[in-house]
Design a protein around this ligand. Sequence first.
Ligand code: SF4
Length: 421
Amino acid sequence: MPSAALTQARGVLTVRLAAGVTLRSEDFGAVAYVGERDDFFALDLAYAAVVRRAAAGPGAGLGAIVDGEDADRARLLASLGVCATSPATPERPHLGRSLVGDFAALPTLSRPLVVNCFSTAHCPLSCGYCHADDLMTPFRARDERWGGAAASARWDGVAATARTAGLVPAMVGVVTGGDPIVVPDRAIWLMERLAARKRVVLDTSGVGDIGPLLPALRRHQAHVRVSLDSADARLNDRVRPANPRYLPRGTSGFAGAHVTLRRLRDAGVPSSVQTVVGRHNQHLDDLRALRDHLVAVGVRHWVLHVAIPAGKAGRQPALLPDADALDRLRALVRECVDGGSPIDVRVTGTHRSPNAVLLVDTVGRLCVERRDGAGKEMIWSPDEAPDPHEVVRRYHRHVDLAGHASRYLNGTLEALPQPVG
Ligand code: SF4
């Protein structure tokens, strides 16, 4: 490897794949998943070639030597956390940009990026807009008959969830529910299975003890998303109230989320905050206040989901944001770009394409939201022969492919300056 002085003098540098990055080849180049940020980047052919050289390298950890335009590409990739260079390139927030290189439009993906896997139907909160409510309620009643949430840890339905998820060639498996924090044994079991073939993300309200999950999260370099809707604790706890079946009335979801974020940081587990944008927090001032609060408490990755008329919110349209919610979010991200906010921002607009998300429920059924948003549709049953090619065919037939790419590649922000490079 050349010395730092030599590489600087000649504009040459070494580049290697950053830790915790997973690559997948696509016709347009490649997709890189950066676990630390929980972000996907679509790379055109030129950038993908640099990353492949970085990943191949001449030996463990040494990377490849690049110069000229490839050195510029390597620096940009390093700034996004995809690669690491020597001399070092500082990382910077991507601020809503996910396409790297030359793209005329959001690319088409050959296979899914993410599959969401329910580890439990139980949750300590009772959010008015809960998207997953229709997939949880029937199983909660069943678990009650079997002795409550704790009993579901012994139930082997999670094995069916893991088997179905194993047939979906997604890069990332999200352990979700319900809230995995309620039944940690079951979440750990699912995480172990998913990690054999996928990167792992865990969704949680943060209201509970994250401690039992920490060793498995660290072992699998998993990323944790913690939900928070407002910098105002009272407003947050009004829309995300404690469920009295699981928690003492008045338990603060706001406080729980912050404790969990601190514990994750102390344990070295990467985390982000996710926010559902509804009628309660759609105003720019509210979102600015939340952004500033997150930055102040050390959060560096933020995902905003526009509430969709599905699950509980399908029955309570008054909870949904105004029609111009996306315009406000674009304005917010524009402000973050202009102000150089030290936080990644990703925005999803699944209300425009309800059937963009793959879900595996607690009995292993692969589901998508129906195109008309009127409930979930099972697109593959765990009783069928386990044929991964058929599962991919169903993905292509039933999932809004552009919506899926948009959700994970920040397509909702198309009006902003994409791509980078
Ligand atoms: S924390 Fe998530 S799963 Fe639980 S009620 Fe709220 S939206 Fe639903």
